[in-house]
Design a protein around this ligand. Sequence first.
Ligand code: ATP
Length: 466
Amino acid sequence: MSKKSDKSEDKQDTMEKIVSLAKRRGFIFQSSEIYGGINSCYDYGPLGIELKNNLKKAWWKEMVQLRDDVAGLDSSILMHPKIWEASGHLEGFTDPLVDCKKCKKRFRADHLLESKGIKPDFRQADFKKHKIKCPECDGELTEIRDFNLMFKTFMGALENKASEIYLRPETAQGIYVNFENVRMSANKKMPFGIAQIGKAFRNEITPGNFTFRTREFEQMEMQYFVHPAEAEKWFEYWQQQRFEWYQKMGLNKAKLKLRRHKNNELAHYAKAAVDIEYDFPFADKELEGIHNRGDFDLKRHEEFSGHDLKILDEDSKEKYLPYIIETSGGIDRSVLAFIVDAYTEMEARSGDKDAKHETETVLKLHKDLAPIKIAILPLSKKEKLEELSMSVYGQLKENYMCAYDTTQTIGKRYRRQDEIGTPYCVTIDFDSLEDKKVTVRDRDSMKQDRVNIKELRDYFREKFGY
Ligand code: ATP
């Protein structure tokens, strides 16, 4: 029986267990740990990188491979500094910041207001009116200051104003400035999209909640260029597509919602915006934003670069600047959501004869996302059995990420695989030497199939679809 807990008092506990499992099993480590760690930076371990890569592959397949109207791109992180003037980031990519005069802690003013149930459409005066104090020590807070979130560095040998350059705070701008290059080289007709996965950097004032808000993270973004008259239609279309994708990849529908931004919440570039939110143990939080950006971006890049980015409609001979519908998601946030959603505590399963624990953890990840697809578990370390097991392992790892484990009892090995979400375990026993068959155990149904070694490839092709 599943005991997946929803009680709010258990939520913190659940998060702690997930962070601990992530470290113990090699999904996610604190960065620079042996030096005491560095705040808000994380490293993905051997299983974490598999999960992350699988998520990227699934997104790329859905957004690029299966579509004729989207092409891929990998643009550079360092770009011409004028791009950030044109995009509005130099001027407007700021968070409102306050410091506590007593304990010196730093907070985001909008978050403090939100925590008091006050809408974040505030100004200095509202902040004073509500008499907001330091949530840590009740001390007095400074005035609100705007803090630019872009990381600045210098390009070349000189450190002066002329050599200032920024780490990109989003991957989107790399797409906009390549709009013409991609359209011409890939011969795309309107409407079409450009997809990109890559790192982005934001000097967040209050990072936190594990990998949810970090200063270095990866985005998966697709910018769809449309005729202005069709923008509303495509905005609706992409909301549905993206909302359904998270469900298709296994997220619990009851924990997902689409939240439309009110007009006073809209970013400077957006005509309309919707967030896909997931009910994390710490709050309902954004996984992805879908925005109707109008012609803001291309217009600004035309203005700042002096380049004509308009399209000629061959039928009507009309020249127009496309509107952009953006789908902008976070890889790290999604990885965290998929782990949280898959995390299940169950009564120890009777199928594992030597189970001594009352509960066990099963990571019910979608098969496409699971870091290890198949574990090969010989029942004993006897030479003949290992020989046969190694040949099964050698055969399967050509097509699937596999693990080979001979340590400890079979029950413990099953539990270890369940905990990391391995969908199938293949056990090789002494009968296998005679009948050339192995036992395949299914993580979720616990059903066991006896399969001829020669037929294993077909068996798994049917299970995984490849
Ligand atoms: P938030 O309101 O949480 O700061 P945002 O609205 O600024 O997010 P966008 O600029 O729309 O986010 O970025 C698109 C996506 O990139 C987000 O939905 C999120 O998944 C991811 N993302 C943004 N900032 C971070 C961050 N600091 N750490 C991890 N992922 C992030």
